[in-house]
Every structure is written in structure tokens, then in C-alpha cells.
Design a protein around this ligand. Sequence first.
Ligand code: ZN
Length: 201
Amino acid sequence: MTQRMIPVPPYDVSQEVSLDPQRTCVLVVDMQNDFVKEGGKLVVPTAAVTIPTIKGLLERARAAGAVVAYTQDSHLPHDPEFPIWGEHCLVGTWGWEVVPELAPQPGDLIYPKRRYDGFYGTTLDHDLRVRGIDTLVIVGTVANICVLHTAGSAALRWLKLVIPRDGISALTEFDMEATLRQIHFLYNGIITQCQGVKFKA
Ligand code: ZN
């Protein structure tokens, strides 16, 4: 196999994004033991370092009154995803649980999902609509898989997207850059850092 070197097309990284907490949901994608913790079934090596960064963002979001939601990859035995990825996130196992540092708090929303897209087969769309939410800040893993599919699905619904790049993680640098480029270029998403996400008083 020959490796090809190609440049990553540039995309803007915003220093600061000011959001109305009443119309914003921070969505944590699949920060579960199997993807994040040593001994997990499908560990993303850079996912663990995003934990404190995400935690800080969630604390500020809750304090400001923004909705905090989680997707939780949830598979049953013999799931057709397993021939692709191997067995992971089996419902009820340790690997399926959200990492304890980011454990959902009372009032947070949790969406178990079977596939990459957090909207597919869940009530996420309905729940955001009835709360008048028009902006989704997405953090979590895996960047080019569940983060990207969920971001695409949100963008098709005309939700505004904010992606703090230090809050997402990928298996390779290529996957990370491809994800950010796609979200910015195709979905008009704002790329920033977790610290750059500000909630209006
Ligand atoms: Zn899965």
C-alpha cells in the first residue's frame, strides 16, 4: 500500500462563540468505558484526555441553564455492527456505561442508540424541538463516526453546530481533520475550543 500525502484544506477555528443557554444543548457523544478507558473494547487513545475538558464545559453549561444530553452506544448480542468493529457497548456491561467522571446528572437527557447517528431511532429531535433548542454543541467520540453522523443529522434539521475540537477524539489524525473539515465545509459548523464556548448571562 502506498501512502499519499495531501494537505488538509484550511478551516477557521473561532476563538470565542457566544451562545444563548436557553437555546443550546451540549451533547456528549459516546463517552463510554469501551471507547475511553483502558480495558475497553474499542479504545480511542486520545479520548481520555478530553474528559477534563468536557467536564469543565458541562459544568459551565449546567450552571448557565443549557441542556446537557448524552448519546450512549447500546448494542444487543449479535448486533450487525459487530462484524465491522467487534463486540462493544453491550447493554448492561461496564463498557456500555458512561465514564464515571462525566456521569449524567439529574435533569440531563440520555439517548441510548443502536447506530452512529444520535437522532436515528431516538427522541432527540423531538426533545430539542419542544425545548426550542436551535444550537447543538457536540463533544465526545469517535470523531468521524458517531460525532460526524450525529452532526450531519443535526445539520440536515438546520440545527446550528458548534464543535470544540479539544472535546472530540479520533482514532487517527486524518480522521480528526477530515471530520472538522467536513463539519465546517459542508454543515457550516463553527469549530472552536471548549474554553471558547461562552454562555450569555
Ligand atoms: Zn456501536
